[in-house]
Design a protein around this ligand. Structure first.
Ligand code: SAM
Ligand code: SF4
Length: 447
């Protein structure tokens, strides 16, 4: 029998008081991490207006990943922090045509890519257009080995998902929770009940070499029992990858999420412990929030494994050399610019080398893979000297320690992974603030 949302809320409150599990990091460290991170983000993550006609040319010997953004969803979730508009077929068709034009422009600049990540929104809103886009990518970029896509659980139950077979290597499905009360509270019941979602994924899993299931923790009413049941359900499905995001509340979603569907933030460390305890027996941790069945899965978080990526489409970001670029969030301007042979970039920030090193340190902590060799070979520096204060601080708070077996690697402790998760959450929220700022002036004709 289903419990009402209110009953779950009460159970949750009781549960917090009774929580006994070991805290991975003391509260003061979590608070301090958030403060330090906020300071760096406010200082560094400010992008300047810029009109760029084309991306810089690829550098010899560099490896790039292609990111493509599909900013449409058939229904909009209140907590979602991503760039998306309500789906209108004619707009989406026009957009896909321009996306393919932009891909050709990037090819003409000399780019080749070993992997492609198609994110959203919901990439499968028009499966025929998505299929055409992936086919073109595989033709234009001969080095392309892996294509990853994001979709919702309902699309996995749609017979036309079979069009993606052989084109998509990794399908990432946003489940968030299997609990019907949480699904109702977050209005995710529009994608089916927990049981229907489970069945859809079970059937479609055979179609793709890798399936990833996204869960979110930190919802109001998500008691230890509810979270554990979600984790048990996902273990039953046994996907190749699982991602467990902490619910991120940003300036865009504050009004609809905070005090409504978000649990108090102090529950995070406790729930993270439950996640680690439940998943790490049968899964390898790929990053602070991603788990995979094998060590070399890839695709957990494309920014970790790809120093440089080029983003096409409205609202896509690129990191090339030492610069971050953001494409226009207006569909109208995107279409205008691409159809006149220019790219969509409207914002840019070039970082100092030291800032890039700090960013790579954050990603290393988040990935749970922090190596001296990486900094030496990729950036030509000794991490111990260049980031002396940062490494010392991480050691003192117990986030990293020396690896007695391999002096090239640091060991990132569970505490380090939690702090990496907190920092990454803040980083994503700051990126969302950029999205909010760039979306604010949009008018009806831009969407
Ligand atoms: C951009 S969505 C695309 C997936 C697909 N549209 C869906 O909803 O199933 C990718 C994932 O981002 C995560 N996400 C979206 N908003 C979030 C938030 N505020 N906090 C944490 N994760 C979030 C969800 O887990 C979602 O599955
Ligand atoms: S969570 Fe997915 S379906 Fe919901 S608005 Fe965000 S991208 Fe769209």
């Amino acid at each position: 029998m289903e419990r009402s949302t209110e009953t779950i809320r009460n159970a949750y409150k009781g549960n917090v008081k009774g929580a006994k599990s070991e805290a991975i990091a003391p509260k003061w460290q979590l608070n301090l991490t958030e403060k330090v991170m906020q300071y760096y983000l406010d200082k560094n993550l400010v992008l300047d207006p810029c009109i760029l006609h084309e991306f810089p040319k690829p550098q010899p010997g560099h490896q790039y990943m292609l990111y493509a953004h599909i900013p449409f969803c058939k229904t909009l979730c209140s907590y979602c922090t991503f760039h998306r508009f309500l789906f209108k077929e004619h707009k989406a068709r026009e957009y896909f045509i321009n996306l393919r034009k932009e891909m050709q422009m990037v090819r003409n600049l000399g780019y080749d890519f070993t992997s492609m990540y198609i994110g959203g929104g919901t990439t499968t809103v028009l499966m025929d257009e998505l299929a055409k886009t992936i086919e073109l990518a595989r033709t234009l970029f001969p080095s392309m080995k892996e294509v990853s896509c994001e979709t919702d659980p309902q699309a996995m139950g749609d017979p036309s998902i079979s069009m993606m077979k052989g084109l998509v290597d990794r399908m990432s499905i946003g489940v968030q929770s299997f609990n019907d009360d949480i699904l109702r509270m977050t209005e995710r019941d529009k994608f089916g009940t927990g049981e229907e979602v489970f069945e859809n994924i079970m059937k479609a899993q055979e179609m793709f070499p890798i399936c990833n299931v996204d869960l979110i923790f930190g919802f109001r009413g998500q008691t230890d029992e509810v979270l554990s049941a979600d984790l048990e359900k996902v273990l039953q499905l046994s996907p190749r990858q699982i991602t467990t995001y902490p619910l991120m509340v940003t300036s865009q979603t504050k009004r609809s999420v905070k005090d409504k569907i978000a649990a108090p933030p102090e529950i995070m460390a406790h729930q993270y412990r439950i996640i680690l305890d439940t998943l790490t027996d049968s899964y390898t941790q790929l990053s602070s929030w991603a788990f995979g069945k094998a060590n070399n899965e890839g695709f957990d978080e494309y920014v970790i494994d790809n120093d440089e990526y080029l983003g096409i489409g409205s609202g896509a970001f690129s990191f090339l050399g030492e610069s971050l670029y953001a494409n226009t969030f207006s569909l109208r301007r995107y279409n205008e610019r691409i159809s006149t042979g220019r790219n969509g970039v409207e914002r840019k920030k070039t970082f100092k080398k030291f800032d890039v090193l700090q960013y790579r340190l954050l990603l290393g902590l988040f990935a749970g893979r922090l190596s001296r060799k990486y900094f030496r070979l990729t950036h030509g520096v000794s991490v111990d000297r260049s980031l002396f204060k940062e490494i010392l601080a991480l050691k003192l708070i117990g986030a990293i320690k020396e690896n007695p077996v391999d002096p090239e690697q640091f060991i990132v402790t569970d505490r380090g992974k939690l702090l990496g998760l907190v920092m990454m959450k803040d980083f994503y929220s700051a990126m969302d603030n950029i999205r909010a700022e760039l979306r604010r002036p949009l008018k009806e004709e831009d969407m």
